[in-house]
Design a protein around this ligand. Structure first.
Ligand code: 3PG
Length: 306
């Protein structure tokens, strides 16, 4: 089978070598499309491929239409909002992710971002310490749990909200369970978002929620830019000069936010949460193994469009 690794943001070289090795040993042919400038390049490259490994690359209906031999897409990472699942299902294409494989990298970045903001973006202005502060975690999955564990080691109090988990499961993950957004936001000096971008969550982090946060609080977003109501965020930062926002997913209104709020806001220029050699290797090799296994045994354990 022909497997295309299509990554606008390339994997580390060690990950590419490891992926190729697994696929070739599994009897497959490998093609590589990195840093492609246009979506049209991806559309063109899928014409004869049977499998696709991607990161945040957009697998749209147009891509799927252009790939008549495609059987499987593996998103090397957690979030699969970049894949048109309905269209994939209609085309008979299996879509998988590699849950947990890049979580530690994202969790380390969330912690780094908290401290970066607490220390006024590493300027000489007087900052604050995270020890003794309360961290609220919205969605206590693979990343959320790791953020909680690291925050506890820094002496923070950790609370988590996750409607898909029981109190016992949240407590077993080391956090105090809370049951409402109101409770989570009003009680968190730092609020770390780990929700996926879904119709129910898009734009859900709005003015009302953000302004519930206590004096001096910081909202940390290593999830998706789409979950933020950007106009609401801007108004919240305007009305509450004590609040801060840090994100790994640059908002559309970032230039305005920077101009208006200076050191109270920070966004990475390109999503970098999972951009470590370790995360690339973990997620990339998992993707390659899942493809080999799928073609050899039909294993669909990580399929997300069942
Ligand atoms: C994920 O969903 O796994 C992360 O957002 C990482 O995305 P990336 O592979 O584009 O860095």
């Amino acid at each position: 089978m022909k497997v295309l690794i299509a990554t606008q943001k390339p994997f580390a070289a060690a990950a590419v070598a490891g992926i190729k090795d697994i696929l070739v040993k599994g009897g497959h042919e490998v093609a590589l499309l990195e840093k492609y400038p246009e979506q049209a390049d991806l559309v063109k490259a899928v014409a004869d491929v049977n499998a696709l490994i991607i990161r945040s690359d957009k697998v749209t209906a147009e891509v799927l239409d252009a790939a008549p031999q495609l059987k499987i897409v593996v998103r090397a990472g957690a979030g699969f909002d970049n894949v048109d699942l309905a269209s994939a299902t209609a085309h008979g294409v299996v879509v998988m992710n590699t849950p947990g494989q890049n979580s530690n990298a994202v969790a380390e970045l969330a912690i780094a971002m908290m401290i970066f903001m607490a220390r006024t973006q590493f300027t000489p202005a007087t900052g604050s310490e995270v020890q003794g502060k309360t961290l609220g975690i919205q969605a206590f999955g693979n990343v959320g749990r790791l953020v909680g564990a690291k925050a506890k080691a820094l002496g923070m109090k950790v609370k988590a909200l996750d409607p898909f988990l029981t109190d016992e499961q949240i407590a077993a993950g080391g956090a105090e369970p809370v049951h409402t957004l109101d409770e989570l936001y009003t009680g968190s000096d730092y609020l770390s978002l780990h929700i996926p971008a879904l119709p129910a969550t898009i734009g859900s982090i709005n003015y009302d929620l953000i302004t519930k946060m206590p004096k001096g609080a910081t909202l940390v977003n290593t999830a998706r830019k789409e979950v933020i109501d950007e106009a609401g965020l801007e108004k919240a930062l305007e009305d509450r000069p004590d609040l801060k926002y840090v994100t790994d997913v640059m908002p559309d209104n970032y230039a305005t936010l920077q101009e208006k709020f200076g050191l109270r806001v920070f966004a990475t220029p390109k999503k970098m949460g999972a951009q470590t050699a370790e995360a690339n290797v973990n997620a990339g090799l998992a993707a390659a193994n899942q493809i080999v296994d799928y073609f050899a045994t039909g294993n669909t354990r990580f399929q997300v469009n069942k």
